[in-house]
Ligand binder design. Structure first.
Ligand SMILES: C[S@@+](CC[C@H](N)C(=O)[O-])C[C@H]1O[C@@H](n2cnc3c(N)ncnc32)[C@H](O)[C@@H]1O
Length: 207
């Protein structure tokens, strides 16, 4: 079924394929953190749908999701990519340069909360992709929502956490995600839908 889904989605372009393959080759243990192939297409679709020019990514790893969004942005768009790993994001930098989108991506190596708090307070972000440490999601959400323009989107990954969110004995990251999902649902500033895409993706739109 998954092969069928991929076969009926836009195929990865050469730059996407290269970073997906390279990530599995260089970091076989960590490669599972990479957003799924169909999420690259979904993120690009959403960027085009809302004409996003100001994008923020929280959790960049080797750069696949940032690449997918940057390729869909206009040439004068800016994507601020937040991560704490120089090692992983170095592969992203190379992939972005190879794809000709490096000038659209501003990589900030620091805890994402610091980067978000230093951003202008006014509503200017069109789309934010949340895909970093799960315990930080609520804090990231609280920094992002006021900075989103009306109609802007937050896309949150791993909201089902391998199904562990419904486990009564859930601990750690699964528990953090469960608290995040409740937080999102209770936030009257946003309209949110939870989708069973990949490991669960919530799309939330600012009213
Ligand atoms: C799931 S991976 C991101 C995957 C990426 N979106 C992709 O599609 O390839 C999570 C990333 O969050 C980063 N991270 C973890 N804690 C962080 C923090 N406090 N601030 C910023 N980044 C963090 C990790 O270094 C890791 O690269």
């Amino acid at each position: 079924m998954y092969d069928y889904v991929l076969a009926h989605n836009p195929p990865l372009n050469a730059a996407q394929r290269e970073i997906v393959d390279l990530t599995h080759q260089k970091f076989p243990e960590a490669a599972g953190m990479q957003s799924a192939e169909e999420q690259g297409a979904l993120l690009a679709f959403l960027v085009r749908l809302i004409g996003a020019r100001h994008v923020v990514e929280v959790g960049t790893f080797t750069g696949f999701s940032a690449l997918s969004m940057a390729q869909a942005m206009p040439t004068d768009g800016t994507l601020i990519a937040c991560d704490i790993s120089e090692e992983w994001t170095a592969y992203g930098r190379e992939a972005w340069a190879g794809a000709g989108v490096a000038d659209r991506i501003d990589l900030r190596i620091a805890p994402a909360l610091e980067t978000l708090r230093a951003m202008p307070a006014e509503p200017h972000i069109d789309l934010a992709y949340l895909d970093a440490d799960k315990g930080g999601y609520i804090a990231y959400w609280e920094e992002l929502v006021p900075r989103l323009r009306p109609g802007g989107l937050i896309v949150a990954d791993n909201v089902l956490f391998r199904g562990e969110v419904v486990d009564p004995a859930a601990t750690g990251n699964a528990l953090a995600i469960r608290a995040f999902n409740d937080h999102v649902q209770a936030d009257a500033r946003m309209e949110a839908v939870m989708l069973t895409v990949a490991d669960g993706v919530t799309l939330a739109r600012k009213r």
